[in-house]
Ligand binder design. Structure first.
Ligand code: NAD
Length: 471
């Protein structure tokens, strides 16, 4: 019986292994992590991450062929295939600070695998890593191998948070990169056999290691670039009276472009897009390609611009100051159907508004008050000039209230900012909300979720991103 172990029980490791366990009942899958709190949560009723459909899959497999454990070394030593799905954040100090991937978690995982292994293993890069990382991992493993054979595969994960289970069950493709040697090809075949339990053969793409590693960075860069492209258009729409939804629809009808991922917004967030593009920028610079690096940098610059533009719009619309005014923030997660707030645009927007002395009342159905306070009190790392920007001051954090209801958040507010596209924001009773707000009552829709005309009829002044301004 093949045994799988995954190092890292996070947003990727947990759901991915749960789906492998579901689809491969004969395979024993152990997910291990150094964080006891995370493992305890995976073994409890309250899973550490919110992801539609995840609960059901975990409950079906946990204790049968799916195990969560902190006994990292034992499970690694017993496994035939070791996935490594540890975090690979942006370095904040030293060489490459602000751009390069921090591979310290990866390196320590690789050294531990070499230390505890007593049998041959396939080591799978599940984390997103810079192209050529497999070469470094090979060095660490083979120099410590005691005669054990390690085959390194790159098998990047393309799931999106909020739809992780559906993405894992019905992937657009599974990508496996490996060495072109007979042992490398055999390792590819072994992993391919795992996925073949539920993924059709023509959806499994096999490449060399470097193509697989680079494809993941390229895919995230292309996706983020699409968002920055449409967001750049949204600014032009507002300046000219065009409507970004109409423009996206018209542009997306071109089959060469396609309709997906063309929604204008307050900006992209999440733990991946910015970090992976910065990683790409660094790799380009290291390879003597500054023009290519600058091209990709612009995707992040437009994203930063969009967040600032939104804050400026809020302040300028509200008579050039939000000082002492109550602003309701609807949505804090970086997208709907997740509680993840890593790099969420809400952090920058809230900090921007606090900088003008606003009072914030924040509601998100999946994000806790502790998380919001933590995010707003953290120093922000400025990738463009590798320094830490100061956090919101303790006094301004006193101006942040977190509530568990959109009606409570908007009561007596001067304005509302919609920052996450949660479905429930579409169907709120906006008449009731309007009646309980200060007048004039403003709505700044950073996700284009509300029916602006309907809200204007109620009496709101509405700003929808990329749309003609309030008549
Ligand atoms: P995460 O921070 O949620 O999880 C990583 C886990 O690894 C943490 O729980 C941490 O405690 C654990 N860990 C770190 N070092 C360890 C070690 N030596 N031994 C055992 N456990 C260790 O991160 P994530 O969001 O799951 O992302 C993981 C990787 O997958 C990253 O490279 C990311 O870029 C990539 N990725 C993420 C997504 C996403 O949507 N989150 C999608 C595709 C790819």
């Amino acid at each position: 019986m093949v045994k799988i172990c995954c190092i890292g029980a996070g947003y990727v490791g947990g759901p991915t292994m749960a789906v492998i366990a579901l689809k491969c009942p004969e395979i024993e899958v152990a997910v291990v992590d150094i964080s006891e709190a995370r493992i305890n949560a995976w073994n409890s009723e309250q899973l550490p991450i919110y992801e539609p459909g995840l609960d059901g899959v975990v409950k079906q497999c946990r204790g049968k062929n799916l195990f969560f454990s902190t006994d990292v070394e034992r499970h690694v030593s017993e496994a035939d295939i070791v996935f490594v799905s540890v975090n690979t954040p942006t370095k904040t100090r030293g060489l490459g600070a602000g751009k390069a991937a921090d591979l310290t978690y990866w390196e320590s995982a690789a050294r531990m695998i070499a230390d505890v292994s007593k049998s041959d293993k396939i080591v799978v890069e599940k984390s997103t890593v810079p192209v050529k990382t497999a070469e470094a991992i090979e060095k660490i493993l083979t120099h410590n191998s005691k005669g054990i054979d390690f085959q390194i595969l790159s098998n990047p994960e393309f799931l999106a948070e909020g739809t992780a289970i559906q993405d894992l069950l019905h992937p657009d493709r599974v990508l496996i990169g490996g060495r072109e040697t007979p042992k490398g090809q055999k390792a590819i075949q072994t992993l391919r056999d795992v996925y073949a339990h539920w993924v059709t053969v023509d959806q499994i793409i096999c490449t060399n290691l470097w193509s697989a590693e680079l494809s993941k960075l390229a895919a995230n860069a292309f996706l983020a670039q699409r968002i920055s492209s449409v967001n750049a258009m949204s600014a032009l729409c507002e300046a000219t009276g065009a409507d970004v939804t109409q423009v996206s629809h018209a542009v997306g009808k071109d089959t060469r472009i396609g309709p997906k991922f063309l929604n204008a917004s307050v900006g992209f967030g999440g733990s991946c897009f910015q970090k992976d593009i910065l990683n790409l920028v660094y790799i380009c610079e290291c390879n003597g390609l500054p023009e290519v690096a600058n091209y990709w940098k612009q995707v992040i610059k437009v994203n930063d611009y969009q967040k600032n533009r939104f804050v400026n719009r809020v302040v300028s619309s509200m008579f050039n100051t939000v000082s002492g005014k109550k602003i309701a923030i609807l949505g804090f997660a970086f997208k709907k159907d997740t509680g993840d707030t890593r790099e969420t645009p809400a952090i920058d927007v809230c900090k921007g508004l606090l900088g003008d002395n606003a009072h914030l009342s924040i509601y998100d159905p999946q994000v806790s008050e502790d998380q919001i306070q933590r995010d707003l009190s953290m120093k922000k790392f400025d990738w463009d000039h590798p320094i830490h920007l100061q956090p919101s001051s303790p006094s301004s954090l006193k101006q942040v209230m977190c509530v568990w209801d959109a009606y409570e958040a908007t009561k007596d507010a001067h304005g509302i900012c919609i920052l996450t596209e949660w479905d429930e924001f579409k169907t709120l009773d906006y008449q009731k909300i309007y009646d309980n707000m200060k007048k004039p009552a403003f709505v700044f829709d950073g996700r284009n979720v509300v029916n602006a005309d309907k809200l204007r009829n109620i009496g709101f002044i509405v700003y929808s991103i990329g749309k003609p301004l309030d008549p």
